[in-house]
Design a protein around this ligand. Structure first.
Ligand code: PLP
Length: 403
């Protein structure tokens, strides 16, 4: 059976070009970049060239790029690093309720150490309100950490306005741009971003490598101690194959950005229009326009996203859902709940995230099978039978019959 991959927000395939280069830096060019001999000098040069390419992708300077093991580490280093280094200035951090757990759990951890954190609410489209942000700022605020684009519903935050406000107030601005980097154009100078997290495996580099951009002059304390790698910010022998691959992926992303975004947007809009046309009782989640080029997220009322997901998988289509039923927890996505969705509607959500390799033919196949599956699942759903008096309400009742 032909398999269709519609889960690029989870991870992407490594580019062949990237993989070839990585192999070369594992088997032939394997020196430790800290070594003074020719083997070491060869990999040092490659790491620094990768730094230039990664910097260019977001319009940063090479010495503002620090290689990490990925998005989770980048978020931890940015938030804890700024918190610890600026503790004398203040102990207040502002973030949002819809961040990835790498940010949320880091903030919760800091709360146990005497920091206070404001979790901004979002509107029905998962967008923060600038007034809420302005009102949350106190003279103790040292950091604003707001994601660039949401990983579940694709909404892009008003990053430029946030950066402008943070600059005026003298507060550091960190953005988790894991979903955005390599998938839409970003200019950290124009947007007044002080720290930015990226992760290689979301744009065709490998898993386990990423980078944190730290604007020159921003005070960050290291959280991992050891040798003086990455100018004392991130100790540990450099992941040379990963880093060289990240550089190549950044170069490719920059080169192909416009073409890629245009291609993916066409497919996204076709899916959105197709689902709206063919399936009744649905809700598009996320902002209707200000969303990532490859993100589609729908709630299908009266059914569970998990069932839809499993049925799509049987047809060879890989997508994702916002419900955590299979993980043994009854909690639906904190993102969907923050947007005001009920537990029932959250449980019926499906995320499709497109990549540059997807085709119109795949989209057509998806639009053929989804209405059939949804209709079949609904015909078996006790909820659908009583659709007339369906009142979406908490608590989560749609899950219980599974457990
Ligand atoms: N932040 C966001 C918004 C993400 O989507 C992800 C990954 O799904 C991460 C952080 C974590 O990145 P990594 O998997 O590289 O640790």
């Amino acid at each position: 059976m032909k398999r269709i991959y519609f889960d690029h927000s989870a991870t992407t395939p490594v580019d062949r070009e990237v993989a070839d280069l990585m192999l070369e830096y594992m088997t032939e060019k394997y020196g430790n970049p800290s070594s003074v001999h020719s083997f070491g000098r060869e990999t040092r040069k490659a790491v620094e060239e990768a730094r230039e390419k990664v910097a260019a992708l977001i319009n940063a300077a090479p010495n503002e790029i620090f290689f990490t093991s990925g998005g989770t580490e980048g978020d931890n280093l940015a938030i804890k690093g700024v918190a610890y280094a600026n503790r004398k200035k203040g102990n207040h951090i502002i973030t949002t309720a819809i961040e990835h757990h790498a940010v949320l759990h880091t903030c919760e951890y800091l709360e146990k150490q005497g920091f206070t954190v404001t979790y901004l609410p979002v509107d029905e489209h998962a967008m923060i309100r600038m007034d809420d942000l302005k009102n949350a700022i106190t003279d103790k605020t040292i950091l604003i950490s707001i994601m660039f684009a949401n990983n579940e519903v694709g909404t892009i935050q008003p990053v430029k306005e946030i950066g402008q406000l943070a600059k005026e107030k003298g507060i550091y601005f960190h953005t988790d741009a894991v979903q955005a980097v390599g998938n839409c154009p970003i200019d950290v100078k124009e947007l007044n971003i002080d720290l930015l997290t990226m992760s290689g495996h979301k744009f065709h580099a490998s898993k386990g490598v990423g980078a944190l951009y730290i604007r020159r002059g921003v005070k960050v304390e290291e959280i991992q101690h050891g040798g003086g790698h990455e100018r004392n910010i991130r100790a540990g022998t450099e992941n040379v194959p990963g880093i060289v691959g990240l550089g190549k992926a950044a170069e490719v992303a920059m080169r192909d950005m416009d073409k890629k975004v245009a291609h993916i947007k066409v497919l996204r809009d076709k899916i959105i229009a197709g689902i709206i046309e063919k399936v009744p009782h649905i809700k598009l989640n996320g902002h209707p326009e200000i969303r990532m080029p490859g993100n589609v997220n729908f709630s299908f009322l009266f059914i569970e996203g998990e069932s839809l997901l499993l049925n799509l998988d049987l047809k060879g289509i890989a997508a994702s859902s916002g419900s955590a039923c299979t993980s043994g927890s009854l909690d639906p996505s904190h993102v969907l709940l923050s947007m005001g969705l009920t537990h029932e509607v959250s449980h019926g959500s499906l995320r499709v995230s497109l990549g540059r390799g997807n085709t119109e033919e795949e989209v057509n196949y998806f639009l053929e099978v989804v209405p059939e599956i949804v209709e079949r699942l609904r015909s078996m759903s006790p909820l659908y039978g009583s659709a007339a008096d369906f009142k979406p309400s908490n608590p989560c009742s749609s899950c219980h019959h599974h457990h």
